[in-house]
Design a protein around this ligand. Structure first.
Ligand code: G16
Length: 572
């Protein structure tokens, strides 16, 4: 590394001293904590993004968001050239950069890592796109990120403004493979492919059961605003999209609103109520990478939740059907019968009933730890990989060989069977591959796909929800002294450290011999429970499900007490 580069790094690093005692880890989705503690970390994430751009000689993304967290938090994460999450190989370096105690340590760490990764500091221009959500702390953190990027000679920060996280991921991917990579291009692609899908669908649809309206909770974040723009471009006549909690009304980001709140609390978000009974409602999270649907209750306080597992199931049903239409007739022209491998990816939070349902559909179901980075990676191994977390974060990935085959098949069919159902199935699948965000879960494109499929099938939200019945479940958070003390294995279903906790959870759940000896029944029929340290909040998460809501609540509460007992109270 040349002297000019060393002194630039040192002179900018002195402006961002690390906060004592604030040791952050790259976590489930980047660095996340109280915004007031983040300037030094975001500056260093800027350096990291610039180094990644030098290494890959591609456009890289940096997004400043804390997604579902409270408004006073913020965070930063990096998007790789494909728009996917930062390669996991670089996460330990991200952690060590963030933890470097002084500018000298920082410089030494960068030099060593650059040598190891053979990064050349040759001053050639590389770009980092920076996006952010609507948090008030975003602007000053953006300045820190720009200075981090600017302290690598040749790296240029491009401020792309306030965006949803999936928009930024999409733009990074598009920048590396096309010239049409602006926010406008994103909206154009979504609206064009949605209209194309609807045209192919409307012809075949039997009825839409009067469901021509969806009301969307924008979490008082960036998603509501962007949905309003998309709605203008879509200019739909047969689907009304009403946006509430867009942030324009003055509500607080994620406070009593948003997909995380709706999914965890199972109550309507603020701004929704009895007037919405019977209407299809959806909720986005703070940076619009999660989507859940729900209906408002007429009597009880609990909503009917249609979560990420059900979105996954709807997508899986549709894709399976389209593939079977496509493969119905043997391909006379070529004898070509592409063996399309479909896989679905879930986490331990997936409701047991959803997994049973997907297996009954004949699908291969794989489990990974929580975090889109894990699910996405697994989904790339299939021709069509569908992944969703129960919290509503997910997408569909199509392999390049499959898309090439599909394209060729459509071309052939257009000469031998133009307008046939078989050709329409090929066109619908091609339209889906253009509508759905291939980089990351995207609430806006996911919502349009849900709407198109419901219309195609003539299904109401209730019909969709009836695909299977969720097992009652409960999620809790427990504040502990040190959440990193908990280490899990087997896709987070088992605690390996400290070992005694898992034995206690097993005993409570009834996994081994803990039976009620009077009536010889399991303590919690269909009971399942796990704990894991959150990667985005300073808590241990507890998930429980069982055959009744009371049993799921009781199991979750008992295990939360165990967590407290084994790991001690954290300050709240
Ligand atoms: C992020 C990740 C998700 C994960 C969620 C919760 O979502 O992208 O994959 O499910 O955090 O993670 P944890 O339970 O570790 O806190 P988001 O929407 O907050 O970016």
């Amino acid at each position: 590394m040349e002297e000019a580069q060393r002194s630039l790094l040192l002179s900018s690093a002195v402006r961002f001293p690390p906060l004592e005692g604030a040791r952050l880890s790259y976590g489930t989705a980047g660095f996340r904590t109280d915004a007031s503690l983040l300037r030094s970390t975001v500056f260093r994430a800027g350096i990291l993004a610039a180094l990644r751009a030098l290494k890959t000689r591609s456009v890289i993304g940096l997004v400043i968001t804390a997604s579902h967290n409270k408004v006073s938090d913020n965070g930063v994460k990096i998007a790789d050239p494909t728009g996917e999450m930062l390669s996991q190989d670089w996460e330990p370096f991200a952690d060590s950069l963030a933890a470097a105690p002084s500018p000298d340590h920082l410089l030494k760490g960068i030099i060593e890592f650059a040598e190891f990764e053979k990064i050349e500091f040759d001053g050639r221009k590389v770009e980092v796109l920076i996006g952010r959500d609507t948090r008030p702390s975003g602007q000053s953190l953006l300045e820190a990120a720009k200075l981090g990027i600017g302290s690598i000679i040749g790296a240029v920060a491009v401020d792309v403004g306030i965006l949803t996280t999936p928009q930024l991921h999409w733009m990074v991917r598009a920048s590396n493979c096309s010239t049409q990579a602006s926010e406008f291009d994103y909206f154009e692609q979504l609206s064009r492919s949605f209209r194309c899908l609807m045209d192919l669908i409307l012809g075949g649809s039997e009825s839409n059961e009067g469901n021509d309206k969806v009301v969307v909770d924008g979490a008082n974040g960036v998603g509501g605003e962007k949905l309003l723009v998309l709605k203008e471009m879509l200019n739909l006549k047969d689907l009304e999209i009403e946006v509430r909690n867009s942030g324009r009304e003055g509500g607080v980001l994620n406070e009593g609103v948003g997909a995380d709140f709706v999914q965890k609390e199972k109550v309507v978000p603020s701004g929704f109520g009895p007037q919405d009974v019977g209407i299809r409602c959806a909720s986005l999270d703070g940076d619009a990478d999660r989507l859940v649907y729900f209906t408002a209750p007429s009597s009880s306080s609990k909503i009917e939740l249609v979560d990420g597992d059900k979105i996954l199931s709807l997508f899986a049903v549709f894709i399976k059907e389209e593939l079977s239409i496509l493969n119905k007739e043997p391909d006379a022209s070529t004898g070509d019968d592409y063996q399309c491998r479909i896989g679905v990816v879930q986490t331990a939070y997936a409701n047991g009933a959803s997994t049973d349902y997907l297996k009954r559909l004949g699908l291969e179901v794989f489990f990974t730890p929580t975090g889109v980075k894990y699910l996405h990676q697994k989904a790339t191994q299939y021709d069509i990989g569908i992944y969703f977390e129960a919290n509503g974060h997910g997408t569909i990935l199509f392999s390049e060989p499959f898309l090439r085959w599909l394209d060729a098949k459509n071309n052939e069919l257009s000469s031998v069977a133009k307008g046939s159902e078989q050709q329409k199935a090929a066109l619908r699948l091609l339209a889906v591959s253009k509508l759905i965000n291939p980089a990351v879960g995207d609430a806006l494109s996911g919502m349009l796909l849900v709407e198109a499929i419901l219309r195609h099938k003539g299904w109401s939200i209730h019909r969709w929800s009836e695909l299977y019945h969720d097992l009652p479940s409960k999620q809790l958070k427990v504040k502990v002294v040190d959440r990193t003390a908990v280490v899990t294995a087997n896709a987070e279903t088992e605690v390996v450290k400290p070992p005694s906790i898992q034995e206690a959870i097993n005993a409570e759940t009834g996994t081994f011999a803990a039976y009620d000896t009077c009536c010889l029944k399991a303590k919690y029929p269909q009971g399942r429970c796990f704990i894991r340290p959150s990667g985005t909040e300073d808590v241990i998460r507890v998930y429980a499900e069982a055959s009744t809501q009371d049993a799921a609540d009781s199991l979750a509460n008992s295990v939360a007490k165990l967590v407290d007992k084994f790991l001690g109270h954290g300050s709240s």
